[in-house]
Design a protein around this ligand. Structure first.
Ligand code: G6P
Length: 492
């Protein structure tokens, strides 16, 4: 069992997340193969847990019988060089339908993104969410001791901390990071189990959000419950004779690795990648990178580009927009619809403006490896990051980290958490088609001096507040004496 030194205390680390960092399956010859973590949260945390050792508890979404394991479903990862133990929790199809596609992604996801009209409440979603949370809580408690820090990730597990607290009476140290926005109490209370969800989260010792607004919204929700006392200035909730700390810890990216990968992706590699997708490497390129999700504002972005090419015909043939999309949660009809809507919008604009030698929008939904993705960022003149609402949005930070030549422009939605930190970005309101189109024009016309000045400070900020800084901040706060803690985290 590995340990980590945080704030002077050594503690075992047990990470809990819905997605597993490595998926096990078979190759054509029947051999067991293991996928690398591809992105997002798990790719970010994997190197941390590799360094610290410990355990990772996650949904076993690979092939259930591809088991390289002892009887309690644990595997060593990475397989060729054991660094930590992956404990997989197996779910039935019904559990996946009701806990993952149901309560997590048809209730909590839209609710926390302020899209109450998309929330679909079904009693069986809640019942299954409760029982699956219990299974994850038990699995984490099995792997933990009272010397462990259990670090739970995200909205899939509001109720698991309670099970962990009950199963380990001596008390492990339990931390939860909420990666998506937290709405106002007026919005959150719309769901029938609002109180139980907040109570479940209050079983943690520390609860982290990306920005202070989400933290403050959560404190309002905690204050609305009976039996709680909230000290807003200190960022703590007193409940059941315990003190729960609530802080803001903006997540970062592995800026150094992104920069060195992008730096190695030279003009030659770029010309090759561009050629594969029919992108003319000699015209200006704007890029968007998203999961196909209705919160990401992709149709609005395409609408703004259409307006831009309408208003500025001189840019027809001179700017290509590359939308890199990945399919997501496709069993939910709203996700199927957004994928269709994006395809239709791309086709509409290409039909309207495309010529024999120029395709205005190139839609890439192939998998790109990290080298290609960071190379695409580096060689794109603009990034259009325009979610309608987003907890943080790490694409904005990855794009800045990849600008090793300091010459790209980031356009960033004022509704992304990242906006609070990255104020040298060109701010956009994704709902304003005209304003967005004007911002695209402004970004393309920006002087070299201004472009470089803005990008240099963005890169510096992203480098200073990188993934390591985030992990250290969260785990240091987790190991701090509750009474000594005045503010919940860094100021943003
Ligand atoms: C968001 C969530 C993550 C989640 C990711 C991908 O970033 O905060 O917890 O893993 O989306 O979504 P998926 O449902 O495919 O895991």
């Amino acid at each position: 069992r590995g340990t980590r030194r945080a704030g002077g205390t050594e503690r075992d680390l047990v990470v809990v997340s819905n997605r597993e960092p490595y998926q096990h399956g078979y190759d054509a010859d029947g051999g067991v193969v293991v996928d690398e973590p591809v992105g997002g949260l798990t790719a970010g945390l994997d190197p941390v847990v590799q360094r610290t050792g410990g355990d990772w508890v996650a949904w076993g979404d690979g092939e259930a019988d591809a088991v390289v394991t002892d009887e309690d479903d644990c595997v060593a990862v990475p397989p060729d060089d054991e660094r930590y133990t992956l404990r997989r929790v197996w779910l039935t199809d019904d559990e996946v339908t009701d806990y993952y596609y149901g309560y997590s992604n048809r209730v909590l996801w839209p609710l926390c993104h302020d899209l109450v009209g998309r929330v679909e409440v079904e009693p069986r979603y809640w019942e299954t969410y409760e029982s699956v949370n219990e299974s994850f809580g038990e699995a984490a408690a099995e792997r933990a001791t009272e010397d462990s820090t259990v670090w739970i990730q995200d909205y899939h597990f509001c109720l698991a901390p309670k099970t962990i607290r009950e199963s380990l009476p001596e008390g492990a140290n339990t931390v939860q990071f909420w990666h998506i926005p937290w709405p106002s109490w007026e919005t959150f209370r719309v769901v029938p189990h609002a109180g139980e969800l907040v109570e479940g989260l209050l079983a943690n010792d520390l609860l982290g959000f990306h920005v202070e607004r989400y933290r403050d919204n959560f404190l309002d929700c905690a204050a609305a419950l009976d039996g709680t006392r909230v000290d807003r200035e200190a960022g703590v909730v007193h409940v059941d004779g315990r003190t729960v700390r609530v802080g803001a810890f903006p997540m970062g990216v592995d800026a150094e690795r992104i920069a060195s990968t992008a730096a190695n992706f030279d003009q030659h590699a770029w010309a090759h990648l561009a050629g594969t997708y029919g992108i003319d490497p000699n015209v200006a390129v704007a890029v968007g990178v998203d999961r196909l999700d209705y919160t990401k504002g992709i149709p609005e972005r395409i609408g703004a580009l259409e307006r831009f090419w309408e208003d500025h015909p001189e840019w027809r043939g001179e700017l290509t927009f590359v939308q890199k999309s990945s399919h997501s949660r496709s069993r939910i009809p709203a996700y199927e619809r957004i994928a269709e809507e994006v395809t239709a919008a791309v086709d509409r604009v290409n039909d309207r403006f495309g010529t024999a030698t120029w395709q205005p929008i190139v839609h890439v939904d192939d998998h790109l490896d990290q080298r290609e993705l960071y190379g695409l960022y580096r060689h794109s003149d603009l990034a259009l990051v325009s979610p309608l609402k987003d907890g943080m949005n790490l694409v904005a930070k990855e794009y800045a980290a990849a600008q090793v030549d300091d010459d790209g422009v980031l356009l960033l939605s004022e509704f992304a958490g990242a906006h609070e930190e990255l104020d040298e970005a060109v701010q956009i309101n994704p709902h304003s088609r005209d304003g967005f189109a004007t911002a695209i024009h402004r970004a393309l016309s920006m002087s070299t001096v201004e472009r470089r000045r803005r990008m240099r400070s963005l890169r510096e900020r992203v480098r200073d507040n990188d993934l390591d800084a985030w992990v250290t901040d969260v785990l240091d706060a987790a190991s701090r004496d509750p009474e000594a803690l005045r503010a919940g985290g860094r100021d943003v």
